[in-house]
Design a protein around this ligand. Sequence first.
Ligand code: ADP
Ligand code: MG
Length: 353
Amino acid sequence: MTGVTLNKAVKKYGDIQTIFDVDLDIKDGEFCVFVGPSGCGKSTLLRMIAGLEETTAGEIHIGSRDVTNVEAAERGVAMVFQSYALYPHMTVEDNMGFGLKMNGHPKAEIKEKVAEASRVLKLDDYLKRKPKALSGGQRQRVAIGRAIVRGPEVFLFDEPLSNLDAELRVDMRVEIARLHKEIGATMIYVTHDQVEAMTLADKIVVLRAGRVEQVGAPMELYNDPDNKFVAGFIGSPSMNFVEGEVVGGKVTVPAFGGREITTSVALPGEGSKVIVGLRPQNILVKADEGAATLDLRERLGAVAYDHLICADGAKIIVETRGDEEIAEGSKVTLEFNDEDAFFFDAATEARLR
Ligand code: ADP
Ligand code: MG
């Protein structure tokens, strides 16, 4: 069976380094998601695993094989891209079977494999159609089918849902989760969308500027981020960050009118600055003459996002039910439990625990 291991993997284009000493251990059958902002190196890392980019230094292992210098076609992986790149003049059936046909597989075997992929992807009714008669989601399913028929040990997906509209994206996300359950192969999936990462992954790898910031299960990253970047990237709306100062063993927060937070984390010395993090779901907005101002309330239906300006001018977002009517522009009080606050070193942005 087939996991994927990266050992101090490095990518340089001439003098420009884009991937820095990445160590990763992706288990057999795992759904691993690379997530991070645009340009952080997700595609580069995936293409290095696929063999589409040379690895400048370090090693890549697939299963028990060192594939660092192995041709892409010999690595036992199949990749699905954002652009489906189907052959427009071929039917769905022929698009899916084309790779096998080119490799000289017998007709009967191709037919069987295409039928199996078509069943898994619910494409049976579309096999005789050409791509132009399919929706975006159906085209992407055909592209996935093309990968399935090759029977790869590892599937690589590079932002496969980015071209689809929001509703289809959700449908396809569910389809891909189901596909993983059904075929059980190792999958590595690249996205900049933290919701896709949270919902699909067994393991999330958060990347930033070519470096791994943290690896963990979705809820581990959400509940226990190692640094401010991961804390801010995972979760929606993003975690709020305000300044704090260590005074008398507690953290005083000017944004909240000098409110003190009691905590058991190891704080730096008296007078040190820290960053205080609070999730939008962990703050209560009370309609009274407090130190904050309700700037704007966005109603989404089940919830509302209150945009607030704090005592020191800091801006934060609070997720509420919006049950209590509060006029925009009015003064409010912000309440939260001390134990919901996260703390980060002001200089290194590392989590204080
Ligand atoms: P992501 O997929 O996370 O958006 P990429 O992996 O495409 O990011 O790119 C990572 C970084 O590598 C970017 O800064 C990009 O400009 C750089 N890069 C990608 N391809 C090349 C190339 N052929 N030559 C030089 N730099 C490149
Ligand atoms: Mg990319």
